[in-house]
Design a protein around this ligand. Sequence first.
Ligand code: C2E
Ligand code: CA
Ligand code: CA
Ligand code: CA
Length: 404
Amino acid sequence: AVARAEEGTHPFGLFFVDLDRFKQINDTLGHGVGDALLLEVAQRLRQTLRAGDAIARLGGDEFVVLVEELRSDRHAEAVAQKILQAISKPFAIPGYELRVTASVGISRHGRDGSDGQTLMKHADIAMYQAKGAGKNSFAFYSPADDDNSIARLELESALRCALEHGELELHYQPKLDLRDGRIRGMEALLRWPSPGLGMVSPQQFIPVAEETGLIVPLGKWALRQACLQNMAWQAQGLAGLTVAVNLSPRQFSDADLLGDIVSILHETGMDGRQLELEITESAIMQDAEAGRRLLRSLKSIGVRIAIDDFGTGYSSLSTLKQFPIDTLKIDRSFIADLASDPEDRGLTEAILQMARTLKLHVVAEGVENAVQQTFLRERGCDEVQGFLFSKPLAADAFAAFVQR
Ligand code: C2E
Ligand code: CA
Ligand code: CA
Ligand code: CA
């Protein structure tokens, strides 16, 4: 089809169509339903497009459509819209009415490549761009995204290997009680000292892990590791410390999360009351009802819940009140400018005051100097965490720090 299209008078385009969340449907409802859905999608595409347009299934839930005589970008946009609309109409699969959306990436012959292989690769990159922009959308290939995507793809496969080969580590940053200066617990933070790439920052690899779904096994590893380490410390006499583990939005909406946590606690012998989960408000609000249910179940096994990066999201404390949370972590962007920015001071004060009314525990993160510490102590902040006390430490160094 590509060879034939190359003989045409107008440039042709490739449309890379990938279903969003197909894997979830396939996993929950079974392959039979998944396969039936893919067939229906193929038929829907066939009915929607012109007879001359070639449609191929690449395997999985990916399709490629070749549209000949693509006259303009407007024309390409119209085709992409038509594809998205066709797929978003419900599918009647015996026993189910399924709704799916898709992401479409577009590459244009001539502009985005001159051979089929390059055009395929570029349509694929554009598709990831569309997925990143939100589901049920399309994107044209742009070379700027290319470097990005290739770097991301490389990072993704390196991260996959790192997880398999045990390259990842957890470091622990102490959290101190502001009243007596004692260490109450720690936050576990992932570190990736990669033999090939050097030290890769979580700021770089967590978003990639989140986008690709790798965060689910990665986060599970971190949870187990944090519990194992806490148990090891207890055996050494460091008892009564709470370990806080970060949960990404993707993990929070993962159906297996609760079961995974229950079995990790069981396996490691850790008391659920010594585990705290740090979650952002937006992760909880993705689906408030499901979020509430999950938080309740976590509470019922004793696990504590902290709202991470508090103050940066949009929900008010009164919204949060409806969720069974224990702790607020004031985002470090507010703490950073406490000395110089009256607005940040006011906000921090207001958060501390409301938290007291709601009987929530408050932790300030990113405390770097004594001015911040004093301000926080005077206004009743419970715990602090930051470079003023310690950076995140490897497990041995953490134990030494506590016993100093
Ligand atoms: P976060 O949850 O907000 O973690 C706090 C970050 O602030 C950490 O960065 C920590 O090293 C840094 N920090 C601590 N004290 C100070 C300070 O006094 N000043 C400044 N400027 N920074 C301070 P890190 O370790 O680079 O982690 C970055 C982000 O990556 C974390 O932000 C968290 O969102 C994510 N992350 C790290 N580990 C995990 C993990 O195991 N799972 C998930 N889902 N996310 C993780
Ligand atoms: Ca997919
Ligand atoms: Ca955190
Ligand atoms: Ca934070």
